[in-house]
Unconditional design. Structure first.
Length: 203
């Protein structure tokens, strides 16, 4: 489905491949270090970086669409027919890495988060925005908007809705300005910050 979208990238953006997985993981971890939900799950940037790198390599570059703005910003998307589950052969490695970098608590929280997100996933077909990330030193300069607009324009041309889970209330205004609307709340546990699922109808 992702390859069927007419995605027009400006010259300063490019589609990422598996060879870019380490960079995708590094940018995302740097941007999400102060994110309430990801900090609650992982506890440190190393655990985030290794997890996002694995997901980029095994899920989002081969099955979806990952995009880079140089070395400063990245986004990862998935189409309606693609699974976001890691291949079975990759699970032991990711679990061992997360256990080593984040400890048993990070493993348990990651599993709980994954189950909660799966339970709240909308049933209607949609394009899923997994992450959009801008390095902390480059935030507030318009890179996030520049990164997300080509995909939203492609969704509009194809008349496809888009969906995301906002893990940081500070980003609520940004997503609303792009046409996303809140459709509830996702709780990960009694001591966890919540996520806001957001839906965007094509224009």
């Amino acid at each position: 489905m992702m390859d069927e979208l007419d995605i027009e990238l400006p010259d300063d953006l490019h589609r990422a491949g598996r060879e870019d997985s380490a960079l995708l993981g590094a940018i995302t971890a740097d941007a999400f270090r102060d994110d309430p939900v990801n900090d609650w799950i992982f506890g440190n940037e190393t655990a985030m970086r290794q997890t996002f790198r694995s997901l980029a390599r095994r899920v989002y570059t081969p099955r979806g669409y990952a995009c880079l703005a140089g070395t400063n910003a990245a986004a990862m998307w998935l189409g309606p027919d693609a699974s976001k589950e890691l291949p079975v052969y990759a699970l032991p490695g990711l679990a061992a890495s997360l256990l080593a970098t984040g400890g048993p608590r990070a493993v348990m929280r990651a599993l709980a988060a994954d189950a909660a997100l799966a339970a709240h996933k909308p049933k209607a077909p949609h394009i899923y925005l997994f992450t959009i990330a801008v390095r902390r030193g480059r935030q507030g300069q318009g890179l996030g908007r520049r990164l997300i607009l080509p995909m939203l324009a492609a969704c509009d041309r194809a008349q496809r809705p888009a969906y995301l889970e906002n893990s940081n209330p500070a980003n609520d205004g940004f997503y609303r300005s792009l046409g996303f609307e809140s459709i509830g709340e996702i709780s990960l546990g009694p001591d966890a910050p919540s996520l806001t699922p957001m839906w965007r109808e094509p224009r």
